[in-house]
Design a protein around this ligand. Structure first.
Ligand code: FPP
Length: 246
């Protein structure tokens, strides 16, 4: 049985999130500039997006650019933004053909005008697609998202729109960038680093974490299948005991 056939499509993560790490190290290993690593990273993005939709994952969220990434050398930031625009232009057809709806989370106003416009255009054009929601986290930082949420809620309390007693998980969810997305079930991080790096801190409360040493440009379909099989062999207890679950 090949890897794909071993996946139980009734037990897929409803929301898969990925920290795509290791582009720079991949490039260094090959003796290339870091930007070549990012370019090759976009090939893995394409492959993982297509494979996820094909297998039946409903929500895929990719950490494409963090708020901290603005501190990288200017040339690298510019290249990443150019790659984003180029990929959006090139992949709109793939998104349409695969019935994928594009979404974005983060401080999108920080993006260069061209990137923001291209992003908005693809979001608009794919808004009626329904097979999978692909969310790009761009200029995203979880603490910033949480601060925004607290500010919005305190404003509402101050103006008597809601009472502080009514604040619960569902109200908090509605005030995050991820307001229309379910909690993350599986979080993958490539490149061997085992940390969360300010990504979806609230949303991963009960997520299964999967770390692989594979560098992002080398992460291909079969690596995704391996991660999904690993996920399906875990027991998700959500605080309960094994006995309560069975
Ligand atoms: C981490 O590798 C990767 C990024 C900061 C950016 C991820 C971007 C892409 C895969 C390409 C563009 C994406 C889209 C959606 C078109 P790193 O540079 O931190 O690697 P290192 O830790 O080895 O230096």
């Amino acid at each position: 049985m090949n890897l794909k056939e071993q996946i139980n499509t009734d037990k897929l993560p409803n929301h898969l999130a990925i920290i795509m790490d290791g582009n720079g190290r991949w490039a260094k290993q090959q003796g290339f500039l870091r930007v070549i690593g990012h370019e090759n990273g976009t090939k893995s993005v394409r492959e993982v997006v297509e494979a996820s939709a094909e297998i039946g994952i409903k929500h895929l969220t990719l950490y494409a650019f963090s708020t901290e990434n603005w501190n990288r050398p200017k040339i690298e930031v510019q290249t990443l933004m150019k790659l984003l625009v180029k990929s959006l232009k090139k992949e709109i057809k793939t998104l349409q053909d695969n019935d994928i709806k594009l979404n974005a989370i983060g401080c999108l106003n920080d993006l260069p005008k061209k990137a923001k416009e291209e992003l908005e255009e693809v979001i608009e054009k794919t808004k009626n697609n329904s097979r999978m929601i692909l969310t790009l986290a761009l200029s995203y930082g979880s603490r910033e998202e949480l601060i925004n949420m607290v500010k919005k809620l305190s404003e509402k309390v101050k103006n008597n729109i809601i009472s502080s007693d009514s604040i619960d998980e569902s109200i908090i969810n509605k005030h995050l960038y991820t307001q229309n997305l379910p909690d993350v079930d599986l979080l993958i991080r490539t490149s061997g680093e085992q940390r969360i790096s300010n990504f979806l801190l609230w949303q991963i409360a009960y997520a299964e974490l999967y770390f692989t040493s594979i560098l992002w440009p080398d992460f291909k379909k079969h690596d995704l299948y391996t991660a999904l099989i690993d996920y399906q062999n875990r027991e998700r207890r959500f605080g309960k005991t094994s006995e309560q679950l069975s």
